[in-house]
Design a protein around this ligand. Sequence first.
Ligand SMILES: [Mg+2]
Length: 398
Amino acid sequence: MDRTILHCDLNNFFASVAVLDNPTLKNCPLAVTGSVEERHGIVLAKNELAKSYGVATAEAIWQAKRKCPELVCVPPNYHRYNEVSMAVRDIYLRFSDAVEPFGIDECWLDVTGSRLLFGNGMEIAEQIRAAVKREIGVTVSIGVSFNKVFAKLGSDLKKPDGITEISRENFKEKVWPLPANALLGVGRSTKNQLDSLGIFTIGDIAAAGCDVLKNRFGKMGEQLYLSACGEDSSPVATEESAPKSVGRTTTLSSDLHSAEEAWPVVLSLSENISETLRRHGLYCGAVQAHIRTFDLNVKEFQAALPAPTQSSMVMAEKCMELIENNFGFSVPLRSIGFRAINLKDAAAPYQTDIFTDFHEAESREEVEDKIFEIRQKYGKDSIVRGTTVNTHIHDRDE
Ligand SMILES: [Mg+2]
């Protein structure tokens, strides 16, 4: 029997909360900006009206104001985002216990077991859409499907305040003509590689076949193929299945003697951990670094982060700081382990990494800036592709 999965995505979440708290802003073009000072502030989020002027996420306020002089800029209010997010989640929980957050404004629900009580997927989605609007005052777009990947894709198709069903009967017609990067897991770099293979749509991914994609992208290629064919079987993670901590460790083929040598290793571990955190909608509150020296001495250090994060850069930098400050490469290292602890729910208040959480695409520019910064600090070759080191990484999920 097919599952019934919903993906609920709150529309223009930051801007909607701003209007909720100040209804006079309702008909204004609105942007939530990192700093209201025009020279440094950038647009973190915007409402539909601002969007219609061409205001884009991640651009500078002065650029946005050139397109839309009457743009109203408000600062973010993380505390309120958290409150509203939790209130909406309480509504979801009326319809299913299996609610998996994905960032602060998105959740998957497995409502397979709720159909007898509340009706089919479309009927449940309609009840949720109406309740969120009536009780909270914000709108939500919902995708209804038989797997998580298509449910997420469906929630992108009618914005704001819309419901889209992607069924076994209609997915070839609705999903396959869409560009490849509409599929969960296809970021900019994967998209570029797919382009070079002549694979432009989700249908092209399905038509390419499993072997071609597996040869090019490894395990991820297989997952892409399965996703495109509607064969994604990943479960909606409930609270109980969420890990308490996420750790990765690696044994090195040669000893490490310096921060410059250690950095790419720490960064790949961190990227790996970040991916797992995102999958579970968890944020890392503290970092634990674990090192083994060439003479097999084991040392462990830990420190809290200023704010919970999923950012691989923030976690990796903290891990490096721990190793450098407490150990300083006085003797060569044989292995490095790295664990994200004090994990927090996605909706916990946080301040950093706003882009990676809310606008995956835009975030990559930010990450690239960060990479540039790191290269300045640790040298040109300090960042290598994560995959070159990942092969030796051992999973230490708990
Ligand atoms: Mg959203």
